[in-house]
Design a protein around this ligand. Structure first.
Ligand code: ARG
Ligand code: ZN
Length: 863
């Protein structure tokens, strides 16, 4: 069944309080609930329906009188008084056999929960919807040393603990953890003087991987006070690391639960990328305390209200903690790779979807990352000060409420007096807008004409123009900036913006300031467009290689300077693929100049060496009307790497010495940047020395970043077998490191071998396919090895399909997410399309396929 946004109605009852008692037992946990209901004066429908799935009802009473409710697969209905009443129920559940990792389950002997979005209904009967908020009191009975739930602890003894959460919350924020856990403790004093006890709970053996996460938590708490004025509101804040988890982490009130990969870190076992991601996820979950928990969502269509905003906030945090331009570039790379692929294929949906079958399928790059971009655009349009005021108003006005995007937009309209009706299309219109640029240069007036169009997407054939903030700067012939970054408010289908020359340089016509200097004969400027990636759009700007090389050398906007290099790389790769051309010297010389410039941040220089992913190149070719050949793309990338290595050869020794670190290991941005550039240089060196230096580096590596980058160079060079075995021997007891061991072999495999390597690895005794991290390490890596996955005989497709079919009955959520590997299928040739269609059909026809996977496969097939 499909659920529609337009059908929203409030629940017929309010919940004044919830008391839960858990009697833990692996296969027969008893959950007793006592819930105070009263009629909701704002609702018309008085039907008393409580969600409930896979629950064994033991007994139910209303005001103490036993009743027999009408129980179905999805919940129960009962006759209740037309006044306030107390509902009590006792149910039995089986956490030990809960492999879906939703509701209450057991991971390595630890009880834990995941309720968002609709998992609470697998714990007890309840109105499991985010607009029903209540105060929860929880008692846990169980013979385990650590018993945790939301809020503040109110008592504990031998085999029991009680918790009370004073803040009303929806059921999706409920959490419970019980196990043999050790804490890494911490402490934080809020700006108004509340002493908060912090704990990071881990399984014995993981104590050494907690320090970084704890520091990240304290920095997040401080940052949210400093930047958003948001203070923590309980006496304790607990984080728990769990090995089996479907997503990254979960913001349960006062009890965040994390995939251990998203919180545990140490220099020996984690890469710099791991450290940065962990810091960001800890911040993200913590920031949800205000944007998500104190102010929550009315219904799941509003998911971007909390996720878009919280991703935006965690990106701001990372920019402040590390390098803002580097973070922006990372985010743009990620958005283009994941969100653009989604938005331009069969799974395209608006930031606020209007219908769904399974909400878990909508925790997407569009809702999260495009949702965050929409907030970034809003801030750019209204300005920093108005943004801050609007957020103040949002927190004041809506604290304790379950809100909608309309509420969110309204606080901006009320603070700025702007009409945001057209801007709101960003929430309802799916697809990536394309902005094409043409220039005019007449009589000393420089004009940019912008044209926007969005291609049809599933369910939306006609698109309307959107409000696109286009940040533009102009650069003079000598390379100096002659117009600083200016925001063009681009709202029509076609719109021209004229720039005139004044005593103070170029300015947008019609803006206040000195008059145009007539008679002056300025040279035509070069435009730097969509600076800082000011909108999530595809920019179509036909620039010559010379202009791109000029911007790569001179653009004062770090994002666009990087973008100029990226565009040169794309242009040359596409030419190489289509015509077998040699790499262009504009690209090679530009890269060389950037690498030589030791004034540039090493991490930025490392980014400059990056190339578009092979999947993105396939998307670009498809857009140009050419059917992409995965092997040809792979070959072009390999060739460009080889030629680049030769071109910068003389510089490599200097890069190696420049990036060698004497100081003790630190995961901070500075050292991480040096290691990133060192790793990029090592990859190039390995193309020339067959992996000799990588073999040395592997031996002396004392941190995971270097160890892994050396090992990947060796594997790419067709070597490293001995190192791979040594790595296994050293790390076989560390699950997170073993995920890397599995994933790297797939990622580094040559296209012809990927499928065979995956088959081989899935037979390895350590391939525990029920663990989502391990499953993704292998099968996810298959799907992202572009040429390997798209092997012409279809081996990659059938292998992935086999495993998805096998996983679906065990863990529908993770299965459904991974179906998106097939979302780009219409780009490829008829033979590949037929092979993929067969596999999608095979999955779709699997008996008893989950609702999650059915929805995904159907949407992909019906493109
Ligand atoms: N709210 C969590 C976060 O963004 C994600 C949890 C999603 N879980 C799910 N099963 N859909 O941090
Ligand atoms: Zn989130």
């Amino acid at each position: 069944t499909t659920i529609y946004l337009k059908d929203y109605t409030p629940f017929g009852y309010l919940v004044d309080s919830v008391h839960l008692t858990f009697d833990l037992a692996p296969n027969a946990t008893r959950v007793t609930s006592r819930i105070a209901f009263r009629p909701n004066p704002d609702a018309l429908d008085r039907q008393f329906f409580l969600h409930g799935e896979q629950l064994k009802l033991i007994r139910a009473t209303v005001d103490g009188v036993e009743i027999t409710p009408d129980v179905t697969e999805t919940g129960l209905t009962a006759v209740v008084p037309d006044a306030a009443f107390v509902w009590e129920a006792e149910v039995e559940i089986d956490p030990g056999n809960n492999t879906a990792l939703e509701g209450l389950y057991i991971s390595n002997g630890m009880y834990c929960t995941q309720c968002e979005a609709e998992g609470f209904r697998k714990i007890t009967f309840y109105p499991d919807r985010p607009d029903v908020m209540s105060i929860f009191t929880v008692r846990i009975n169980g013979a385990l040393p650590v018993l945790l739930s939301n809020g503040n602890p109110t008592g504990k003894g031998d085999g029991w603990a009680e918790w009370n959460d004073p803040w009303p919350k929806p059921a999706y924020l409920f959490a419970l953890v019980a196990g043999d856990l050790i804490t890494h403790p911490g402490q934080f004093t809020t700006k108004s003087g509340r002493e908060v006890e912090l704990n990071l709970w881990v399984r014995p053996g993981d104590e050494g991987k907690c320090a970084f996460g704890m520091e990240a938590l304290k920095k997040s708490m401080k940052w949210d006070e400093d930047v958003y004025g948001r203070e923590y509101d309980l006496d304790v804040f607990n984080i728990v690391a769990v090995d089996d988890f479907n997503m990254g982490a979960m913001e349960n009130k006062g009890l965040n639960i994390f995939n251990s990969s998203a919180v545990l870190a140490s220099p020996e076992t984690s890469t710099d990328m791991n450290f940065e991601r962990i810091e960001a996820i800890i911040a993200h979950e913590y920031f949800h305390n205000w944007t998500g928990n104190r102010i929550t969502c009315r219904d799941w269509f509003q998911l971007c209200l909390k996720e878009g905003l919280t991703v935006y906030r965690d990106a701001q945090f990372t920019s402040d903690m590390r390098s803002a331009p580097v973070k922006r570039i990372h985010d743009a790379i990620d958005l283009r790779a994941r969100q653009f692929a989604e938005d331009n294929g069969p799974l395209s949906h608006p930031v606020r979807p209007e219908s769904f079958q399974e909400i878990n399928n909508f925790y997407t790059a569009t809702v999260y990352e495009k949702g965050a971009e929409v907030i970034g655009m809003l801030k750019r349009l209204v300005g920093d000060e108005a943004y801050a005021q609007a957020l103040e108003l949002y927190f004041d006005r809506h604290d304790g409420q379950a809100c909608t995007i309309e509420d969110w937009i309204k606080v901006f309209e009320d603070t700025t007096d702007r009409d945001l009706t057209q801007f709101k299309r960003w929430y309802s219109q799916s697809g990536t807008p394309r902005v094409s640029v043409t220039e005019d240069w007449t009589d000393g007036i420089y004009t940019l004409t912008l044209k926007q169009r969005t291609d049809p997407t599933p369910g939306q054939s006609d698109k309307l123009p959107q409000v696109i903030p286009v940040a533009v700067g102009l650069i003079g012939a000598n390379g100096d900036e002659t117009m600083p970054t200016t925001i063009l408010e681009f709202t029509q289908e076609i719109q021209s913006f004229a720039f005139e020359y004044t005593v103070e340089g170029w300015r947008l016509q019609g803006c206040e300031g000195p008059e145009r200097v007539s008679g002056a004969n300025p040279p035509k400027p070069t435009a730097s467009i969509l600076r800082d990636f000011s909108a999530p759009v595809i920019l179509e700007h036909d620039q010559s290689s010379a202009e791109r090389a000029f911007l790569l050398a001179h653009d004062s906007d770090p994002f666009n300077r990087w973008q100029a290099g990226r565009s040169l790389a794309e242009d040359t790769l596409i030419k190489m693929i289509l015509t077998d051309a040699a790499p262009e010297t504009d690209y090679l010389d530009g890269i060389l100049a950037v690498l030589r410039d030791s004034d540039l941040d090493p991490s930025y220089r490392a980014l400059m060496l990056g190339l578009p992913s092979q999947s993105e190149l396939a998307a670009m070719m498809h857009e140009q009307g050419v059917t992409p050949d995965p092997v040809a793309i792979w070959t072009a990338v390999e060739t460009l790497r080889q030629v680049t290595a030769q071109h910068v050869q003389d510089l490599l020794p200097r890069l190696h010495s420049e990036t060698s670190i004497e100081a003790a290991f630190s995961p901070d941005a500075e050292q991480a940047g040096q290691r990133a550039l060192g790793g990029a240089a090592l990859a190039l060196t390995s193309r020339l020395d067959g992996g000799a230096k990588a073999a040395e580096d592997y031996q002396r590596a004392d941190n995971m970043t270097l160890q892994l980058s050396a090992l990947s160079c060796l594997l790419r060079a067709g070597k490293g077998e001995q190192e791979l075995n040594a790595f296994y021997d050293r790390w076989q007891d560390d699950r997170l490191v073993m995920d890397k061991w599995f994933g790297l072999q797939v990622a580094m495999s040559a296209p012809a071998e990927t499928a065979d390597i995956v088959s081989h690895l899935t037979g390895h005794p350590d391939f525990n396919w029920k663990n989502p991290n391990r499953f993704r390490a292998v099968l996810g890596a298959l799907a992202t090895n572009h040429a390997g996955f798209h092997r012409a005989d279809g081996a990659g497709y059938s292998l992935l399909a086999d495993w998805l079919i096998k996983l679906d009955p065990v863990n529908p959520q993770t299965t459904a997410r991974m179906c998106s590997a097939f979302q780009t299928w219409k780009r490829y040739d008829a033979d590949r399309q037929a092979l993929i269609r067969n596999q999608l059909t095979r999955i779709a026809e699997t008996p008893d396929l989950s609702r999650d996977t059915t929805e995904m496969v159907t949407r992909i097939l019906n493109a």
